[in-house]
Write a protein that binds this ligand. Sequence first.
Ligand code: AHR
Length: 341
Amino acid sequence: MFGKRSYGVIAVGILLVMTLFLLLFGSRLFTDIEEEAHITQENRIVVGVSQLGSESGWRTANTESVQNAFTQQNGYFLIFHNARQKQENQLKAIRSFISQRVDYIIFSPVVETGWETVLQEAKEAGIPVILMDRKVDVEDESLYVTCVGSDFEEEGEKAGHWLEGELVRQNRSSQSVNIVILAGTEGSSSQIGRSAGFATVADRHGNWNILEEKCAEFTSTKGKEVMKTFLRRYPDIDVVVSQNDDMTFGAIEAIKESGRTVGVNGDIMIISYDALGDALEMVADGAINVDIECNPNQGEYLLEVIDMLEAEEPIEKRYYVEEDVFTIENVTEEVLNGRTY
Ligand code: AHR
């Protein structure tokens, strides 16, 4: 058999053969992989998405909808960024999309103001910007191509109209009604629109007292914290308007802990927004009186918009998603089973 020395010679031989193979074919192999990756990306539409954060169940559903739409199978290469509620992070993300020369930028602005400069930079780079969910407040509307989202002012009015009807039904339309409002992120389109829409209806009723409107940042923790303050400050609250379901979950906890009851047969009426599955269960149980739907499934709408842009078809400046209003009367088993978020 072989001695130690023979093993050494064989090992050196194998090493030499491998080095020769790599020298001859290795560089070719790596170039092929790089080229393939480049071609794969080149044949796809590159979309940079700046999501504003992950503050709520609604936001998680919205993110999933976008990620499910812009897949490689659908012909897209998605660069996704989560800004964690910070406008400066969104500005950085958008600038990085511009320097990567993406084909489209989609972003959900955390607040409405402060976007002119970065949008101008995108325009100069020839990259179309599509707004998702929320709007921007800019003088020059050519800085973005379109906006896909909800009509937040209408959502606010829907909440007001529901309360009008409910007070008539309860024979309380001429009595004084004390209202507190848990508001979402200050300066965001959803907060601005919902507050304004509800105020339009409230202004018509001298007996509706809005005791206080306070920001609870669209989160459950803050919703609970702010609700506790309201309960300490105002002993006779009749209605809570909570601008999203996450804040509602926290607020209901605080109300129950204070010994009061909520909903259809409770001390305090609850008006909520979003219509997440868990919240609809609470509507069905009578704990939430009404839930104004805000539809997070915007990925499909965005796909259609980009299809139209690719086909050079004219597009509208605003696309509204479809939304409903849920009370104990129309939250059926079918609605509950069909809810994916
Ligand atoms: O802008 C949409 C709002 O943002 C949703 O109502 C809320 O849940 C989210 O955080």
